[in-house]
Design a binder for this molecule. Structure first.
Ligand SMILES: Nc1ncnc2c1ncn2[C@@H]1O[C@H](COP(=O)(O)OP(=O)(O)O)[C@@H](O)[C@H]1O
Ligand SMILES: CC(=O)N[C@@H](CCC(=O)OP(=O)(O)O)C(=O)O
Length: 245
């Protein structure tokens, strides 16, 4: 059976992709795996916001986003981060196509909690047919973490949440959350495995903080929705922390 693999590449991880990463992608493709990339870029959004004097505020790893913040987020993700990734894929001879929420209604969402997060979205619909069409053309979709609401409002979506939603709607077999650390750390050691009980314990004791919170919640959500293999790691060649039930 054809394996479906979703790889989320965080903003820092995107700048550190190695030849081994692209070799792995090509090997998976030879084995007829279907691959989707969801990119982050929080670091680029923050530096553009700083340049444009937009306040930066995060609540449990989620960015509070004003309407001006949404405009800046689109500039960073669609103007900087996605083109750089597309170029990296081209240089490494992997055929890819950049997509966003507006690509034939790829990602539709609703406001998560306007009072708490502003224009931040949760995805409730994915045009999976478009992704299947791209796969038929042997293209790797590279998708930005944005959604559009039913009434046309663009929304900022945490990239871990976006990758999980896409993995769920595609009924993916594997989800890799690539970040700047090689897994979930406890007292300096990388956990090989993480269960929901352990995750709760680590969150309440403040061992899991900041951007690791949405990552772990996303990973658990994905496993609960039937994605068999979920990894938090810094490279596809290393399993990192495997999230299980
Ligand atoms: N227990 C933990 N183990 C590893 N990283 C953690 C932990 N708690 C918090 N973090 C932080 O989470 C960061 C990864 O989240 P984030 O910066 O949002 O990455 P990304 O941009 O790749 O999504 C790590 O660099 C680290 O600073
Ligand atoms: C709502 C929200 O938090 N959106 C994220 C989207 C980018 C992201 O998640 O990028 P990383 O994966 O590199 O952290 C943000 O504005 O930073």
């Amino acid at each position: 059976m054809t394996k479906k693999i979703v790889i989320k590449i965080g903003g820092t991880a995107a700048a550190q992709l190695t030849p081994a990463f692209f070799e792995t992608i090509k090997n998976w493709q030879k084995q007829h795996a279907k691959i989707v990339i969801v990119h982050g870029g929080g670091n680029h959004i923050s530096s553009l916001m700083a340049q444009l004097n937009e306040p930066i505020q995060k609540i449990n790893g989620i960015r509070f986003t004003t309407q001006n913040g949404i405009n800046i987020t689109k500039m960073a993700l669609l103007g900087q981060v996605q083109p750089a990734l597309i170029e990296a894929f081209r240089q490494n001879a992997v055929s890819a196509i950049g997509l966003n929420a507006g690509s034939n209604q790829l990602l539709t969402g609703h406001v998560l909690d306007q009072d708490v997060y502003g224009y931040v979205g949760a995805i409730h619909q994915v045009n999976t047919q478009l992704i299947h069409n791209m796969w038929q053309q042997h293209l790797v979709p590279i998708i930005a973490p944005l959604a559009i609401s039913n009434d046309g409002q663009w929304l900022n979506v945490n990239a871990d949440h976006a990758a999980t939603a896409i993995a769920k709607y595609l009924q993916a077999d594997e989800l890799y959350l690539l970040t700047d650390v090689s897994g979930v750390k406890v007292s300096g050691n990388i956990l090989q495995e993480l269960t929901p009980e352990k995750a709760l314990e680590l969150q309440t004791s403040n061992i899991i903080t900041g951007g690791m919170i949405p990552k772990i919640n996303s990973a658990l959500d994905a496993v609960q929705r039937g994605v068999h293999n979920v990894h938090i790691t810094n490279t596809v060649t290393h399993p990192g922390t495997i999230v299980t039930l």
